[in-house]
Design a protein around this ligand. Structure first.
Ligand code: FPP
Length: 259
């Protein structure tokens, strides 16, 4: 697409976004880096490199729009099964990203959070992430939540074990165990559930991402691969989201008034 045509399309979509109905929390499964590289005869890591450029652009875009929380699935507990060279490359990305972007994130008042077991990460990756968590802890703007070494099932088991130990200590009774209590023991504690989940690359599944938190999230899929994902796609996802009626298991308002 020509640059001018692309900008016009972007602008048209941007104009359609209702600023008073923005999703509070958007989650993204960044997928398709490997296929993007393969299509170009490049090694998979070239796709991850390009994927990081998209990540930087989407953080800027979400921040400019006024999105309050952005969760990005960067590395799953299953991704360790990949070839070691690819895993090593992926493990270097958080450090590289933070070296390049931390000052800008501070300027934008963005607070970094992490979801996942950081204790299993290589020391350098862990240090870089922990430094960013500490430095941005006082920021009050958009929350940028990186899911690294994250798996939703293990997150739920971890929360369950934590609650069980608190019950055994006598801090909670059986009746205290509620959905709200479990939510508070997930990595996303105090963060509202995502309103919108975006998954690029044509895969239509959740892949062990925020299984608990996505219960009533609106899902949006595109065949575009993550390295090709642009503002236009982000805006389109929000416009589509704003056109949906979220009923949270209830019924349409109109139907309710006719009963
Ligand atoms: C999935 O594509 C993508 C990943 C496993 C890695 C995504 C990570 C980044 C874009 C950067 C992370 C950066 C920070 C700062 C944490 P895939 O490899 O599964 O693609 P494929 O399905 O086409 O093979």
């Amino acid at each position: 697409m020509q640059n001018k045509e692309k900008l016009t399309k972007e602008f048209e979509l941007l104009k359609q976004i209702k600023r008073d109905k923005l999703p509070f929390h958007i989650a993204i499964i960044m997928d398709g880096n490997g296929r993007w590289a393969r299509k170009r005869g490049l090694p998979r890591i070239a796709g991850h490199k390009k994927g990081m450029d998209t990540l930087i652009e989407m953080v800027t875009c979400a921040h400019e729009l006024g999105i309050r929380a952005l969760s990005l699935y960067a590395f799953s507990t299953e991704n360790w099964k990949r070839p070691s060279l690819e895993v090593e490359f992926l493990m270097r990305l958080p450090e590289e990203y933070l070296k390049k972007e931390l000052a800008r994130l501070m300027e934008k008042n963005i607070k970094i959070r992490a979801a996942g077991d950081l204790s299993q990460l290589p020391q350098r990756t862990r240090d870089a992430m922990e430094k960013a968590l500490i430095e941005t802890a006082g920021n009050t703007g958009m929350v940028l939540n990186f899911a690294v070494n994250y798996g939703a099932r293990s997150e739920i088991v971890r929360a369950f074990k934590k609650i069980l130990s608190l019950v055994q200590e006598g801090r909670y009774q059986e009746d205290d165990i509620t959905e709200e209590l479990l939510s508070r023991h997930l990595y996303t504690s105090n963060l509202p559930d995502p309103d919108l989940l975006i998954r690029p690359s044509g895969e239509v599944r959740i892949s062990n991402f925020m299984l608990w938190q996505l219960a009533y999230t609106e899902l949006w899929f595109t065949k575009t691969l993550w390295p090709d994902f642009k503002r236009e796609h982000f805006y389109r996802a929000i416009v589509d989201y704003q056109g949906r009626e979220r009923r949270f298991g209830s019924i349409k308002k109109k139907v309710r008034s006719s009963i």
